[in-house]
Design a protein around this ligand. Structure first.
Ligand SMILES: [Zn+2]
Length: 383
């Protein structure tokens, strides 16, 4: 027998003896780790194996000269049978018999199959969600069910995921978005998935307005106005909404302060910079990307934070703009040409608009659209 064989056999025997001693003396995991110079994880695992098997079964296993790994495999199997009326002693006899004939990794397969057979009847399908989010505010969920059903669900999601997937998106990420879409937007409509969880501000519109259709209301003058514009207008002068609600104690309490969208979001700024590639002020060449998002009708005066009210202005020209047209003019103000929606400078009330004639502005979508319609194109360049 080679020295390696001798050492390994001696170790296997000693491992068995060690487990029996642990069963009777019940040392702490930290003592085990320190004395054996092993990791805490390994020490805890040894204690766990001893606990799962109990003294009687452990004695049986060690008397059959099983190694620590084999004993661990059998303990894992038995642990999964907790709560079943399996005859543990008979099962351990079967495992020992098997262990004498095969190698540990084959024993592991045998134990797993046996456990799967014995627990088949109680394998209900399940889906569970964690309660606590991780550091990235992600919640975990997992489940299991009949293979053919899970495969059918997967096939459905894969089709949607492939349609949703962009170039630099991992497939697993696309699968998640597919699940969200299938569950939350079965009709195919894509709305804000977080909407049901957001706080909201309820606005009752002026009683003179009549709800018309498709998000429009009719004013007393017969004009159709977008509800979205109206809501934004209601909120803009305030900037934020403070909510009070009745508490369980029966008194009104402050429950939250919510910011109103006064600033153009990234997407609006992106589309806005395509429509108007540089600062709207005549002669300025600041690219829209580095400009401020200017409300042509001032937010404080009810101007909505919508693309139809957006113009890029560099910090200097935004600072100079006369925001309130009711005050005496100082530097002039940016306004839209009503036909083309191209922004220009009106130096004094009644003056014609002056446009930024920088050649780059021709690349802007607004000017191109005016050109397509064959109207106002020349006007937008009239100085
Ligand atoms: Zn400028």
């Amino acid at each position: 027998m080679s020295p390696i064989q001798q050492i390994l056999q001696r170790r296997a025997a000693e491992d068995s003896a060690l487990l029996l001693h642990i069963a009777s003396e019940k040392p702490s995991a930290s003592d085990l780790a320190a004395w054996g110079r092993i990791t805490l994880k390994r020490a805890r695992r040894m204690l766990w194996v001893v606990k799962v098997l109990g003294r009687a079964l452990l004695t049986k296993l060690t008397s059959r000269h099983l190694s620590y790994d084999e004993i661990d495999i059998i303990a894992s199997g038995l642990n999964k049978l907790t709560g079943t009326d399996t005859d543990r002693v008979k099962l351990v006899d079967d495992f020992c018999e098997q262990a004498a004939k095969v190698l540990p990794h084959e024993l592991e397969q045998h134990v797993k199959q046996t456990v799967a057979t014995l627990t088949a009847h109680r394998n209900h399908p399940r889906l569970a969600f964690n309660k606590t989010a991780d550091a990235n505010n992600h919640l975990y969920f997992q489940g299991a069910g009949p293979a053919e059903l899970v495969a059918a669900v997967e096939t459905e999601l894969v089709a949607t995921a492939n349609a949703l997937r962009t170039d630099n998106m991992k497939f697993s990420e696309a699968m998640f978005h597919a699940l969200v879409r299938k569950v939350l937007h079965p009709s195919g409509k894509t709305t804000d998935p977080f909407l049901p969880y957001r706080n909201c501000y309820v606005i009752v519109l002026d009683p003179t307005l009549r709800y018309h259709a498709d998000g429009k209301v009719m004013t007393t003058t017969g004009a159709l106005v977008d509800v979205k514009d109206l809501v934004n207008q209601e909120l803009q002068p305030y900037g934020y909404a403070v909510a009070y609600a009745l508490s369980t104690g029966g008194d009104y309490e402050h429950v939250g302060t919510y910011g109103v969208q006064r600033f153009f979001n990234q997407h609006q700024r992106f589309v806005g910079s395509l429509e108007h590639p540089i600062c709207a002020y005549p002669g300025c060449d600041r690219p829209a990307k580095t400009c401020q998002a200017h409300h042509v009708q001032a937010a404080a005066l009810g101007g909505p934070t919508l693309l139809s009210n957006y113009a890029p202005l560099c910090a200097v020209h935004n600072g100079q703009n006369d925001d309130d047209p009711s005050k005496p003019p100082k530097n002039g103000r940016i306004e839209f040409d009503p036909a083309t929606r191209v922004p220009g400078l009106r130096r004094f009330p009644g003056d014609p608009l002056r446009y930024n004639l920088n050649p780059v502005t021709i690349k802007g979508i607004r000017r191109y659209l005016a050109y397509l319609r064959g109207e106002g194109y020349a006007a937008s360049f009239r100085d």
